[in-house]
Design a protein around this ligand. Structure first.
Ligand code: UT7
Length: 318
């Protein structure tokens, strides 16, 4: 039996930091409200001309180096993003060209904040069946490009960043299971109108019914956590670390409560980079690994929830 395991992780945040104090000057909000209701203290914004693939390349090179590999060793690229550089070629292919691993499959997955979970699940299957040996999985976004900077309900939340992992085959898990879901009935609660087929209209802007999204996110993440534990015959106490989607500290706390995990066992990075959609889970994972909290052999539960709605989880022996 072949499993996939995480060989290396990497992440990248653009240099420009946008603070809550700056947002106070842009919309009717306050640092106090943002911290209390979301946990966010600052976020990173891509420079003019800096694209999703630019951010992804930094994260990918760091993950490949951490895995002890060279870019040309990568034989599969799955790229989660909802803010692609171009309509096509997809971000996976644009990244492939820069890394120089020409000829290998490269594609992007467009499942909003769950993009990394979907990309990870697909890459895991390819490694498990022996068709990929060094799979690069990326989550990267420049959400600032479709943020409505006059809407206080969303401008305070969304931001830019990238995270990546390299998967390799292993005789022991590795990734124990992944669980993906989508429910299109909720598409109007969180979306960005405009596309090739419908036309780009006026301005690209994320629309969100925050309170409603919050409620469904807490419920669906709670149930996917139960599903993940049940699929592996595990008790809640088996989890060493929760590595959650970094959307709102209150959603993170609700999932931690569901798992009976103290917040010391949860990787929380939302204060530093806000909601970076597909980038948020691999960013948090990389930060938790590089600062020494997450150690080899520990059991990690990753989860994310986003527009669609789409959501998913992964149980990983690191
Ligand atoms: O990653 C994908 C998923 N996205 C999410 O997970 C986001 C989910 N939703 C949320 O994180 C939260 O719902 C928000 C942070 C968006 C909003 O927090 P909330 O606690 O649900 O606030 P609310 O919408 O119930 O609004 C409470 C009050 C309202 O004022 P009144 O009606 O009580 O007078 C809002 O108008 O807070 C007001 N408000 C704000 N005040 C200051 C809403 N946004 C702001 C703001 N600054 N930015």
């Amino acid at each position: 039996m072949i499993y996939s395991r995480i060989a290396g992780t990497g992440s990248y945040l653009p240099a420009r930091i946008l603070t809550n104090a700056e947002l106070e000057k842009m919309v009717d909000t306050s640092d106090e409200w943002i911290r209390a209701r979301t946990g966010i203290e600052r976020r990173h914004i891509a420079a003019d001309g800096e694209t999703t693939v630019d951010l992804a390349e930094h994260a990918a090179r760091r993950a490949i180096e951490a895995a002890g590999l060279k870019p040309e060793d990568i034989d599969f690229i799955a790229f989660g993003t909802t803010t692609p550089d171009l309509v096509f070629p997809n971000c996976g292919v644009l990244l492939q060209k820069r890394l120089g691993c020409l000829g290998v499959p490269a594609f992007s997955v467009e499942t909003a904040c769950a993009g990394f979970m979907y990309a990870l699940s697909i890459a895991d299957k390819y490694v498990r069946c022996g068709e990929a040996k060094r799979a690069l999985v990326v989550g990267a976004e420049t959400l600032s490009r479709m943020t409505d900077w006059e809407d206080r309900g969303t401008a305070i939340l969304f931001a830019d960043g990238a995270g990546a992992v390299v998967l390799e085959p292993s005789a022991t898990p590795g990734i124990l299971s992944t669980h993906l879901h989508a429910d299109g009935r909720y598409n109007e609660m969180l979306y960005c109108a405009g596309g090739v087929s419908t036309g780009f209209g006026a301005k690209l802007a994320i629309k969100m019914s925050g309170k409603e999204v919050f409620k469904v996110a807490v419920q669906k993440l709670g149930s996917v956590v139960d599903e993940t534990l049940a699929a592996n015959g595990l008790e809640r106490s088996a989890i060493d670390w929760l590595v959650p989607h970094q959307a709102n500290i209150r959603i993170v706390q609700a999932t931690a409560d569901k798992l009976g995990l103290p917040m010391e066992r949860v990787i929380v990075t939302v204060q530093d980079h806000g909601n970076t959609s597909a980038a948020s889970v691999p960013l948090a994972l990389d930060i938790g690994i590089r600062d020494g909290r997450i150690k080899r052999g520990e059991l990690l539960l990753l989860e994310a929830f986003g527009g669609g709605f789409t959501w998913g989880s992964a149980l990983i022996r690191y």
